[in-house]
Design a protein around this ligand. Structure first.
Ligand code: PHE
Length: 342
């Protein structure tokens, strides 16, 4: 293909028109490729210079090179215009209103059982207790036998269990197996609480669920007496429920403690006179007792040298009493309208 100065003029006119018409940076880049790219109009023209007669070649070459410079200048200046226009539009569309007041960020809430557990831990840590944990899938030895609950013992009926498999593994029915595990792995003096989930095949109602939470306590040392247990329960209950509450201790029965007791606090609603929510002025909060000598032995502790007390409280129950919640199931449902009250 041969080129003449007229062709170059046509390219110049065309280039000016198309560069001016490019409406954004992408379109302009397209125009640049069509003019100066490998297959571009001007590139083609420059290539064609070689076939011109020698006397025209120099002039056409100079004109073509000048045109290339002009086109580059036009492209650059159009690019600046288009960029400025783009930034202007962006600035119009994407502004920040410094006077805008956002709606306040809503804070989450700790679950009432978490709150209670934190308080219980704080109270007992002031008394020097440590937190111990045990597995939720237990074996019959730790959950029953070592706690003086043999196969045919009626207590197994009151703690109807979920068995996991035929290997005598079950979901623990209480946190007391942690007593055994801890004694077997630690020397006295022992002073622990063991919080966690427990499971029973209870029909669900406002005060029963098949999963709930307990906190176990175990103290083993020389000369531990019932009066130590009583003082501990009183300190615990007053710390959790306030100094005005009275504590009542009555006899009870558990196979793994001797003697066994149950502790109740005076009702916070009626002050102990008796009302609808307390039935007689008192609310039971825990079972407890002196660790049975055989249980100490099962835990590898010599009852001739050591004695101990243990207690087990329902965390859900403590939370119900403290926050005046009348249905245990609310703790398990995670309804935010309930949770956000705490
Ligand atoms: N494990 C008993 C229960 O679940 C509570 C308890 C714990 C009683 C420790 C006495 C001592 O009912």
């Amino acid at each position: 293909m041969s080129v003449n100065v007229g062709d170059l003029d046509a390219i110049a006119v065309d280039a000016r028109q198309r560069i001016g018409a490019a409406s954004d940076e992408a379109a302009l880049e397209q125009v640049r490729v069509e003019l100066l790219g490998k297959k571009g109009a001007l590139t083609g023209a420059l290539r064609g210079l070689g076939s011109l007669p020698a006397d025209q070649r120099a002039a056409a070459g100079a004109r073509a090179n000048a045109l290339k410079g002009e086109i580059e200048t036009m492209l650059a200046s159009r690019a600046r215009e288009l960029q400025a226009a783009r930034l202007q539009t962006l600035g119009d569309q994407e502004w920040i209103d410094m006077t805008f007041v956002p709606s306040p960020v809503r804070r989450g809430h700790l679950h009432p059982l978490t709150l209670i557990l934190r308080e219980v831990k704080a109270i007992f840590s002031r008394l020097g207790y440590e937190v111990a944990l045990g597995p939720q899938v237990e074996d019959e030895f730790h959950n029953f036998e070592a706690l003086n609950i043999p196969q045919e013992h009626p207590a197994r009926d009151t703690m109807d269990s979920f068995y996991v498999d035929a290997d005598h593994l079950l979901l623990r029915t209480h946190t007391s197996p942690v007593q055994i595990r801890y004694m077997l792995s630690h020397e006295p003096p022992i002073r622990i609480i063991a919080p966690g989930a427990v499971y029973r095949r209870d029909a669900t109602d406002p005060s029963h669920a098949s999963q709930f939470y307990q906190v176990e306590g175990l103290v083993v040392d020389r000369d531990i007496r019932l009066s130590d247990l009583k003082g501990t329960i009183e300190y615990f209950a007053r710390s959790l429920f306030g100094p005005d509450r009275r504590i009542r201790i009555v006899g009870d029965h558990f196979p793994f403690t001797e003697p066994s007791i149950a502790a109740a606090v005076s009702c916070g609603i009626c002050g102990g006179a008796g009302c609808r929510s307390c039935k007689g002025g008192w609310l039971e909060i825990l079972g407890a007792g002196m660790v049975h000598p055989q249980v100490l032995r099962n835990g590898g502790v010599d009852p001739d040298h050591y004695s101990g007390f243990a207690f087990g409280a329902g965390l859900d129950r403590l939370a119900m009493l403290k926050y005046n919640v009348t249905d245990l199931r609310l703790f398990l449902e995670n309804d935010v309208r309930f949770l956000k009250q705490f």
